[in-house]
Write a protein that binds this ligand. Structure first.
Ligand code: GZL
Length: 285
């Protein structure tokens, strides 16, 4: 099995990689794992190498939605099925056998529903967007706004990409604070890593994260639970990275010629500070 991974930008990604590698090990599957260091051109090159190596199935998490049609067609012409894991690609559906991953739109809707309750329908929101053109960033952006339409007292006063990383999240949040200061009353971060960076920027600015600024994030990684226990994060919408078992199950079905659904959604929930202490020890990422 060939696998083209995006890189190592977040706690989520690290856990996703461990899940893929550990499951291959457990199943005794020969895994050809390639890390693209956050570059689409490296992913495209990896797919071409895996085609030449004639792997049975190619799994990949497309860093962005666009730019895949040509290389996916090459895989199809070589008779090698593609399974999309974690993120979707904007290609004709006949170019991949299945997408295994979250409903990012619903994650965005849930983040807005949770925030609306926490701020009682009144907020000046700044938004840290994920990697530009990635499926999770596109859909978390859209889903959040779908629900916000019902809350005229909640407006997004600034929105900028922090590329899913802690460092960029901190930098962009510091910029928001320079421009808007304490008129900011809420932060929507497309992942926990950017939220944790923003928390540092908020503290350095002299405000209390989770108190002066209500913060809702996505992923439910370990760092989010620690921040909720410290009273610095108000909720995290889970996005499950432990996709290894489902991925190899799908790959085996494909190799055995079984039909599989075009979309296999991950199972996810939402976590709040009051649950964090009891749940943290059960979390594996
Ligand atoms: C979502 C995944 C996103 C996570 C980020 O499935 O692609 O990428 O939400 C990660 O933490 O970097």
């Amino acid at each position: 099995i060939g696998y083209s991974q995006i890189g190592a930008e977040s706690e989520w990604r690290a856990a996703n990689t461990i899940s893929i590698k550990e499951t291959a090990e457990k199943l005794g599957v020969e895994l050809r794992f390639m890390d693209a260091q956050q570059k689409q051109e490296n992913q495209i090159e990896a797919v071409r190498k895996l085609i030449i190596q004639k792997v049975d199935v190619i799994g990949l998490s497309p860093i962005v939605e666009t730019g895949w049609e040509e290389v996916f067609r090459e895989a199809k012409d070589a008779g090698i099925p593609i399974i999309l894991v974690d993120r979707r690609a904007a290609v004709p559906q006949d170019l991949y056998v299945s997408y295994l991953g979250s409903d990012f739109l619903e994650e965005g809707r849930n983040a807005a529903r949770v925030m609306a309750k926490l701020v009682e329908g009144q907020a000046n929101i700044v938004e840290l967007v994920g990697t530009i053109d990635s499926a999770p960033a596109n859909d978390r952006f859209t889903g959040f706004r779908e629900i916000l339409k019902d809350y005229p007292g909640m407006q997004i006063i600034a929105s900028q990409s922090g590329d899913f990383t802690r460092a960029r999240g901190k930098e962009v949040m510091a910029g928001f604070l320079q421009t808007y200061g304490n008129t900011i009353t809420a932060l929507y971060a497309h992942n926990d890593d950017m939220a944790l960076g923003a928390i540092q920027a908020i503290e350095e600015y002299g405000l209390k994260p989770g108190v002066d600024i209500t913060i809702v994030s996505v992923d439910a990684a370990r760092g989010a639970f620690e921040a909720m226990i410290a009273g610095k994060l108000n909720a995290t919408v889970e996005c499950n990275p432990l996709l290894g078992p489902q991925f190899f199950e799908l790959a085996l079905k494909v190799v055995n010629g079984e039909t599989i659904p075009k979309w296999v959604p991950s199972i996810e929930t939402i976590f709040f500070p009051e649950d964090a202490i009891e749940i943290l020890p059960t979390r594996t990422y």
